[in-house]
Design a binder for this molecule. Sequence first.
Ligand SMILES: Cc1cc2nc3c(=O)[nH]c(=O)nc-3n(C[C@H](O)[C@H](O)[C@H](O)COP(=O)(O)OP(=O)(O)OC[C@H]3O[C@@H](n4cnc5c(N)ncnc54)[C@H](O)[C@@H]3O)c2cc1C
Length: 295
Amino acid sequence: MHIADILAAHKTTFSFEFFPPKTDEAAETLFSHIRELETLKPAFVSVTYGAGGSTRERTHNLVARIKTTTALDPVPHLTCVCHQQADIADIILRYAQHNVSNILALAGDPPAGAAYDRSADAFRHAAGLVSFLRNFKEHPDPRGFGIGVAAFPEGHPATPNRTLEMDFLKAKVDAGADYIVTQLFFDNHDFYDFRERCELAGITIPILAGIMPITSLGTYKRIPELALGARYPAKLQRAILRAGADSDALKRIGIHYATEQSRDLLDNHVRGIHFYTLNHSHATRELYKTLGMQG
Ligand SMILES: Cc1cc2nc3c(=O)[nH]c(=O)nc-3n(C[C@H](O)[C@H](O)[C@H](O)COP(=O)(O)OP(=O)(O)OC[C@H]3O[C@@H](n4cnc5c(N)ncnc54)[C@H](O)[C@@H]3O)c2cc1C
């Protein structure tokens, strides 16, 4: 379903994010979690795209499987890094042929390790990809793809000038984005302030808040690197450090914190919450239950 119709049908959207697993076994495990999450009836689910196109086929295959075997509406991520225009045209044509309605358009980060020369990339920034998607005419829906873009409530590290960063976000919106999904954040004040700054910049498309429960010490350590710029408020950090190696306590703390964050966002009329699931279903299901939401 086109994102405009999804947004019209839901006062608040709830959506889940997955990444494509590396092995067949992990894919089956993920699919059992997807089946459990399907009962919560999210507005859509999104599937990430590996750095530099490293999951090109796996992202496509997971999206196609979700589309053909579940009632869920998959939104593939697509990134500019390492892609020429013909690659991008091939990828989106296949999605259009599968009746995939929406795409999250991103710059992407270069593959880890070797320095990467971006001079052959069709687009340096996500705004170029948004324009390209907007001008793609071979979609069965006459409106073309619904288009999402990313934003960073705490700021993106490549643009320390936050006013300029907002101009760049506005450029993505003006190029044709329909909605924004934020980087995960742990302090709602950052989100509320970001939302107000968007309003001041004339950005009026829906903003979906990125939420991730911290459920293990490993995740706690990895997130600051994966979600550059994201910060743990001291009260969350203190609770996690108190739990230490007690993995059950840590899980309870993480889920409780994300539940309280979500409750506060709902009280403050958030347009949608996008849950980073890390391919598991337990935390999201617990959170739903505590918030009293229907599956
Ligand atoms: C919700 C979400 C999902 C994500 N999913 C994926 C994924 O699936 N795969 C993946 O590889 N990565 C993913 N990422 C990470 C993302 O690709 C990187 O963080 C990337 O560095 C920023 O992407 P962007 O789309 O916001 O880029 P852009 O909008 O292009 O911005 C990137 C940087 O360039 C600056 N900029 C923009 N336009 C200009 C301009 N004209 N001149 C100079 N500077 C400019 C921006 O201010 C920003 O600092 C995701 C991030 C989020 C928040």
